[in-house]
Design a binder for this molecule. Structure first.
Ligand code: ADP
Length: 455
């Protein structure tokens, strides 16, 4: 049963149910019919016996039974007895036992051999003495039993045919309903066999459960395709980013090994090699950070912490870096905001946004560049809002949609500092979303940018 197809299971289940229902119906029908025929025969017999007294008269103690007294009336055999039990008129069926004593107004069932009877006796007194007369009615149940039997035989013959037809018809419907599953399975086989993630499962015509299941599976395939593409893109970006410094290192090595170089040339080449190694190391570190962040998945180490204090300490830590670049790091932090989240991750998010603000400042010698971190409690029922704003170089509108993608660099020249790989914002976005929030960017080139994180 375990390994049976759903199609067969459904067929077996409803066949069993159908047979059980049919059996219950037949049994109920027979019981009701038996009861009905018995009670009809009973009331008929009683009425017949009672009405037979109309043909029995008595005058001065003498009994007078009409000549037209029917000894067979409405299927019942009637017999008249004197008060001493002597048969005066009528008869009882041949096989009816004659030792059944007379009992007034009593109704009994008598079985004799194969025959089944119901019998009803009634005694009526007449005159003042002890004169009286009995009438016995006997009804042979065989006739009604036979009718019941023939109905039952008919039902037993016709029912299996009806059941068989119902099962066959039901199986056809089940088969037809499950046909799309076979098509979906074979399409899914094709997709996984050929690793063709562009293919989609065929949608049925009727909008039933299978239709919506297929739509959901196709949507899942869309997401998988996107994820695979993005992974592919990621691997190719990583190899590209790694290849560039390694090629420079190789070229420098070849240059200094080619022939004897001056002390100055060696120094310059080695300095270049060191720079490329620092860059590679920084990339590897950022990649490690990214993979650790994303590996955490839903298992964020959540705890309640003071987000306001965290923002203040991040500003403290980064002030030195900002000062070096002649950027003023400001804070507008609402106090006492408690948040339940992964503190390390939230800190990484804020650090990434602030360092970007510092990195992409306008480098004006006269100063005036700033990065402002604001923290507010957010609307009721929503989490806190973190805003990082700067008056830096800004982002072109065509770049705004891409900056959250991995390895996306809007300003290539600025990103040549050996530390910019286009990973910081994608990590920030991931962290915000892992906390059930989102991140949005607004920017005017030449004026500045504003990143809003709603947790
Ligand atoms: P990167 O390591 O290159 O800074 P990010 O993912 O942090 O990578 O940012 C992606 C790109 O978005 C950057 O290359 C830069 O061009 C742009 N960007 C990010 N933050 C700012 C900002 N505050 N001002 C201007 N441009 C920004």
């Amino acid at each position: 049963m375990k390994n049976m197809s759903i199609k067969n299971k459904v067929t077996i289940y409803y066949s069993v149910v159908l047979i059980a229902v049919a059996a219950i119906l037949v049994a109920a029908f027979l019981v009701t019919m038996d009861y009905q025929t018995k009670s009809a025969a009973k009331s008929n017999l009683i009425k017949t016996v009672q009405s037979s007294f109309e043909d029995i008269e008595h005058e001065h103690g003498e009994l007078d039974i009409d000549d037209d007294f029917d000894v067979y009336k409405k299927g019942a055999a009637l017999s008249v007895y004197s008060n001493k039990g002597k048969l005066l008129r009528g008869t009882v069926p041949g096989s009816f036992p004659n030792n059944i004593e007379l009992k007034s107004d009593s109704f009994r069932e008598i079985t004799s051999g194969d025959e089944k009877y119901i019998v009803y006796d009634l005694y009526t007194k007449y005159g003042n003495g002890n004169g009286g007369v009995w009438v016995r009615g006997v009804y042979n149940m065989d006739a009604s039993v036979m009718a019941g039997k023939s109905i039952m035989i008919f039902m037993l013959m016709i029912l299996p045919v009806i059941l068989l037809l119902a099962i066959l018809f039901g199986r056809r419907i089940t088969k037809k309903s499950f046909r799309p599953i076979a098509e979906i399975t074979s399409a899914a086989d094709d997709i996984s066999g050929e690793n063709d993630f562009v293919k989609r499962l065929p949608l049925g015509e009727s909008k039933d459960e299978l239709y919506y299941l297929t739509v959901t599976l196709n949507q899942m395939m869309d997401r998988l395709e996107k994820a695979f593409d993005s992974e592919k893109q990621f691997s190719s970006d990583v190899s590209h980013e790694l290849r560039t410094p390694v090629s420079v290192v190789l070229a420098e090595c070849e240059y200094i090994l080619e022939e004897n170089r001056s002390q100055e040339q060696y120094k310059e080449s080695i300095e270049n090699i060191r720079k490329q190694c620092v860059k590679t190391m920084s990339l590897i570190q950022q990649l490690l950070q990214l993979s650790r962040t994303m590996d955490k998945g839903s298992a964020l180490e959540k705890e309640e912490f003071d987000l306001s204090s965290l923002c203040v300490s991040v500003i403290d830590e980064l002030s030195y870096v900002a000062n070096e670049k002649n950027v003023k790091l400001e804070g507008e932090i609402d106090k006492g905001i408690i948040y339940d989240g992964d503190q390390t991750m939230i800190m990484r998010l804020i650090v990434n946004l602030i360092t970007n603000g510092i990195k992409y400042s306008r480098n004006t010698a006269a100063g005036g560049s700033y990065v402002r971190l604001s923290l507010g409690a957010g609307a009721p029922g929503h989490g806190p809002v973190i805003i990082v704003e700067d008056n830096g170089i800004g982002i072109k509108s065509e770049d705004l949609s891409g900056i959250f993608d991995r390895f996306y660099k809007a300003d290539k020249s600025r990103s040549e500092d050996g530390n910019s790989f286009g990973l910081g914002l994608s990590m920030a976005k991931w962290i915000a979303e892992a906390h059930g929030g989102d991140i949005a960017a607004e920017s005017t080139p030449g004026k500045g940018s504003k990143f809003t994180v709603r947790l």
